[in-house]
Design a protein around this ligand. Structure first.
Ligand SMILES: NC(=O)C1=CN([C@@H]2O[C@H](COP(=O)(O)OP(=O)(O)OC[C@H]3O[C@@H](n4cnc5c(N)ncnc54)[C@H](O)[C@@H]3O)[C@@H](O)[C@H]2O)C=CC1
Ligand SMILES: NCC(=O)COP(=O)(O)O
Length: 312
């Protein structure tokens, strides 16, 4: 990659803050890469007018095809179909070599459901598109958290903790990140207290042991309520959480603005903001939309793509 990389940006749910972020951050982003936004002109114009912003020049974009009009902060099937199409076309642009990486702005999962899209988010869709066990990791250079289970109901989590699957997840996560030390969380309070408070830790212990027989750098099961304490974070930058909120509640409490979402273990590079559609503030006057996660996601996508190119 001698010239600036071409980044495919999917604009997320038109009723949320994605289009505002794309418009406002463009001046910064265009110095880092050549963004191609998957959005039609009519929608872009509607968003810019609602936000009282100018469409920057140049602003390369291509229409994802279904039409949509903006209903600020509403969950609609039309917006769900649009955001899915924007995402799918952005991924295809990377697959066919027109772009180097995908950066996604936030979609709304209920809007996807209303549009009849069965995926529980981008990672779930990517897993299916590429038939690969994509790993969802969120974080920033101070703290990264990979989610062993992600968008499933809490009651499904215990039965999803299977040894072979966890061993494979740990080894894939280590290979993808190059981490030299990884903390693996337990599931139960106090990591089960030796079976007094649950026994999924037996499976986690076996999985950690087996992963360590290949690469001895996994530690756990760690006691979840202490794993993110300041002292523990002096020892660990990389964690594997057993479920979504176990990992993301502490991460977002500490580093919401600067964190990003990365899909690991895929043939393409995909990064994203760590936040959602923020319907509560979309298109409203007098509130401020933070651009940092998006800018960090673009920087990370460029760096990941460069590393891949150097390796190949
Ligand atoms: N990357 C993605 O596509 C993601 C999508 N989501 C989806 O987004 C939808 C809404 O999720 P919520 O749980 O409500 O989380 P959210 O992140 O949309 O909002 C949580 C709170 O943070 C604020 N916020 C979020 N991003 C902000 C920004 N850039 N600047 C200023 N304030 C910001 C919101 O106004 C709200 O008060 C759901 O459907 C969820 O599944 C959630 C996370 C990531
Ligand atoms: N909690 C992360 C999230 O909801 C985004 O997931 P994905 O759309 O990147 O799979």
């Amino acid at each position: 990659m001698n010239e600036k990389p071409r980044i495919a940006v999917s604009v997320g749910d038109p009723n949320g803050i994605g289009l505002e972020i794309a418009l406002r951050a463009h001046e910064t982003i265009r110095h880092l890469c050549r963004p191609l936004y998957f959005v039609g002109y009519d929608l872009l114009k509607e968003a810019a007018e609602k936000l009282e912003l100018q469409i920057p020049e140049p602003f390369d974009h291509t229409s994802p095809s279904p039409s949509c009009s903006i209903r600020p902060g509403m969950t609609t099937a039309e917006a769900g179909a649009y955001s899915f199409s924007s995402f799918k076309k952005a991924v295809e642009a990377v697959e066919n070599g027109a772009c180097d990486a995908v950066v996604t702005l936030p979609i709304n999962k209920e809007a996807w459901m209303k549009a009849g899209i069965d995926y529980k988010g981008h990672t779930d869709a990517l897993r299916d598109f590429f038939k690969k066990e994509a790993i969802m990791m969120l974080g920033c250079e101070k703290l990264y958290v990979a989610l062993f289970t992600e968008h499933i109901p809490l009651k499904e989590v215990p039965k999803s903790i299977e040894k072979e699957k966890l061993v494979r997840f740990l080894l894939d996560f280590q290979r993808e990140t190059g981490a030299e030390k990884i903390g693996v969380l337990g599931l139960n309070p106090h990591a089960g207290d030796n079976g007094v408070l649950g026994n999924e830790e037996e499976i986690i212990t076996e999985a950690v042991g087996e992963a360590n027989s290949r690469f001895p750098l996994f530690h756990g099961p760690l006691v979840p309520d202490i794993a993110f304490s300041p002292k523990m974070r002096e020892s660990f930058t990389y964690y594997v959480a057993m479920y979504h909120d176990q990992g993301l509640a502490p991460l977002k409490a500490l580093y919401f603005d600067e964190s990003i979402n990365v899909s690991l273990n895929l043939p393409i590079v995909r990064t994203s903001v760590d936040h959602g559609t923020a319907f509560d503030i979309a298109y409203l006057q007098g509130r401020s939309v933070n651009l940092q996660s998006y800018i960090e996601a673009v920087k990370a996508a460029i760096a990941m793509k460069r590393r891949r190119d150097q390796r190949s």
